[in-house]
Ligand binder design. Structure first.
Ligand code: HEC
Length: 228
């Protein structure tokens, strides 16, 4: 009996001196280390190292510029939208729909739903050195698509860069949608059918004003429903 008690005692004492597996002789991120001269455990990357998937050699896609720095005049032929490869020539509608959605989320509060520079926060208190731009000017209609990609990526004047929020392929989809907006707002009356003209007469507003009004009407409806 005495022996058993002794043995049990020994087991208890020994069990108290073990090293748990989660305490290991290893280092973790940002820990100090005496092993290396610079005192850091994390090793610096070799010069020129590029993380997988981040080698951005294609300047037309990632900068909107040719190798000589000239702005590109066409969007890439293939974009990845929600993980799916989309051909921008044969599936343009998908690209535009995605562009519209992204534009509405990331740009319309300043630029307005049709890009006339009349977004809601612009109307209600946004104060910048310069007013929000409308896309419907001759200068911007003539700008190559690369310019729009560049503006989204790097910002422009008083507008801050959107690159941290809008991934590269989404930016291209937005660019395509801006082109569609420009096209939609710059059609001469003579290009409309009799039916479309009648429709327009009923509204008696230019399309940008109408879009604004529609937006407000929708807002009213939401309010009436007892929203915020
Ligand atoms: C916080 C408000 C704000 C947001 C959000 C914003 N912009 Fe702008 N944007 C501006 C302002 C202000 C200007 C005018 C800048 C200037 O002239 O200094 C401008 C100018 C532009 C121009 C005209 C550049 C030129 O050559 O004159 C384009 C194109 C543009 N924005 C695209 C976009 C797109 C696309 C998005 C969304 C991804 C976006 N902006 C989001 C405020 C905004």
């Amino acid at each position: 009996m005495k022996k058993v008690v002794l043995l049990l005692g020994a087991v208890m004492v020994l069990a108290g001196c073990h090293t748990d597996m989660w305490v290991q002789p290893k280092t973790t991120g940002y820990k100090e280390s005496e092993l290396f001269e610079d005192g850091k455990s994390a090793r610096p990357l070799e010069e020129g190292v590029v993380a997988r998937g981040l080698l951005k050699t294609d300047s037309t896609r990632f900068k909107g510029r040719e190798k000589d720095g000239a702005l590109v005049s066409e969007i890439p032929t293939s974009l990845t939208i929600w993980g799916e490869k989309v051909n921008t020539k044969t599936e343009l509608k998908k690209v535009l729909q995605h562009g519209q959605e992204r534009f509405d989320i990331f740009c319309s509060h300043c630029h307005g739903k049709v890009g006339a520079g009349d977004g809601m926060i612009n109307q209600r208190g946004l104060i910048l050195r310069r007013p929000v731009a409308t896309y419907h000017t001759d200068r911007l209609r003539k700008m190559p698509v690369g310019h729009f990609f560049d503006v989204i990526t790097n910002g422009y004047g008083a507008m801050f860069a959107q690159a941290p929020r809008v991934p590269v392929d989404d930016r291209w989809a937005i660019v395509a949608y801006i082109r569609a907006l420009q096209f939609s707002q710059a059609q001469p009356k003579s290009s409309l059918s009799a039916e479309e003209l009648q429709e327009l007469d009923k509204k008696k507003l230019d399309p940008a004003e109408q879009a604004q009004k529609d937006g407000e009407a929708e807002h009213e409806k939401e309010n009436a429903k007892g929203g915020h």
